[in-house]
Design a protein around this ligand. Structure first.
Ligand code: TPP
Ligand code: MG
Length: 371
């Protein structure tokens, strides 16, 4: 028998509505490139603003070239990035070299701007082991394919940094779909409990392959999931590079000051398919939705902002595009010139000391490869 509701029962719905209403999207530049939040403007020099624009233009070209190279059969796995440049590059722009990035499969741009040579990004795409041999001093690990697993690893890296007294942060990225995984909750909860210096990004591009975010969660925002972990959560306009930069910088400051992790939800969109492995977005997204988001484009918005300040010209844009094309051409050539990986390579790099049961197979392959 259902019991009668008492008058003094907590109004749980009201409590939820109150919490959800607090999570407003933070923005500095609107779609027209106008500053709508002067007080929050980050202190960036003219050169830094230009550099950020260059990186976004460069990365848009890298995306276009990577898609073509994939279609020509010259690249393997590739997850398109166009649309997500502000979310990816403005967040990395707020980091220091000693910070450690734990990326997902779509986050190759952040790895490159954190120091990974382009050739290695191409080798990673081809499944070559040299793509995963990150140079000393470049603080990134290979992109995570298991959705959400990088959140757990980031919590661990951040705790390690804290224990060593390193003045740096662990930064990780997942998607809206990733925020449904158990690892997501375990990661933010653990980092919160230990006040570990981590920044957890959820790049909410509205779809997990074909699943819309509305089917992913009943929560109004992903940022509010931070509340349960007892850490700050911020929803930011992920098409606005200045807003993304500003919230990342603040989260970083808090983390190195010993104040613990932050969850940042960037509202963004991927223009292309999920990956190049046959996904067709027209089957689950309308052209109206695509158009709505293309109007928010981070490059268009930031270009308008810079042009008004006389900080960006067509010549600068073309120079950046040419530089990108030239560097991409050289990097792909270098990847082509890299010796093909052999079975014995994989066996050699896997173990410091090869187990006896593999030694026999190793000799067989060594013999085959010598012919
Ligand atoms: C644990 C796990 N489950 C399922 C998959 C298959 N998978 C690959 S990408 C993806 C969707 C992820 O969407 P989201 O987190 O929103 O990231 P986005 O691709 O949109 O950047 C899924 C389900 C996987 N890689 N790992
Ligand atoms: Mg997504």
């Amino acid at each position: 028998m259902a019991s009668k509701t008492k008058n003094n029962t907590v109004d749980a719905m009201k409590q939820l509505e109150k919490i959800e209403s607090q999570f407003e999207m933070f923005q500095i530049l609107n779609e027209e490139g106008e500053v709508v939040n002067e007080a929050a403007m980050p202190e960036l020099s003219d050169e830094q603003l230009q550099e950020l624009m260059k990186r976004m233009v460069y990365t848009r070209i890298l995306d276009q070239r990577s898609i073509s190279l994939n279609r020509q059969g010259r690249l393997g796995f590739y997850a398109p990035t166009a649309g997500q440049e502000a979310s990816q590059l403005a967040s990395q722009f707020a980091l220091e070299k000693e910070d450690f990035i734990l990326p997902g499969y779509r986050d190759v741009p952040q790895m490159i701007w954190h120091g990974l040579p382009l050739t290695q990004a191409f080798l990673f795409s081809r499944g070559h082991f040299k793509g995963n041999q990150i140079p000393e001093g470049v603080n990134v690990i290979s992109p995570q394919i298991i959705i959400g697993a990088q959140y757990i690893q980031a919590a661990g890296v951040a705790l390690g940094m804290k224990k060593r007294g390193t003045q740096a942060v662990a930064v990780t990225y997942t998607g809206d779909g990733g925020s449904s995984q158990g690892d997501f909750y375990e990661g933010i909860n653990f980092a919160g409990a230990y006040k570990a210096p981590a920044i957890f990004f959820v790049q909410n591009n509205r779809f997990a392959i074909s699943t819309p975010v509305e089917k992913q969660t009943a929560a109004q925002t992903i940022a509010q999931k931070a509340v349960a972990a007892g850490i700050p959560g911020i929803q930011v306009d992920g098409m606005d590079p200045l807003a993304v930069y500003a919230v990342t910088l603040e989260a970083r400051k808090r983390a190195v000051n010993g104040e613990g992790p932050t969850l940042i939800e960037t509202m963004t969109y991927r223009y292309g398919p999920h990956t190049m492995a046959g996904d067709d977005p027209t089957r689950y997204r309308t052209s109206d939705l695509d158009n709505e988001w293309e109007k928010k484009d981070p490059l268009v918005r930031f270009r308008k902002f810079l042009e008004k300040k006389n900080l960006w010209t067509e010549d600068m844009e073309n120079e950046t595009i040419e530089k990108a094309k030239e560097e991409i051409k050289n990097a792909i050539k270098e990847a082509d010139d890299t010796p093909k990986q052999k079975v014995t390579d994989l066996m050699e790099i896997m173990y410091e000391e090869m187990p006896d049961y593999l030694k026999e197979q190793y000799e067989i392959y060594k013999e085959k490869e010598s012919k």
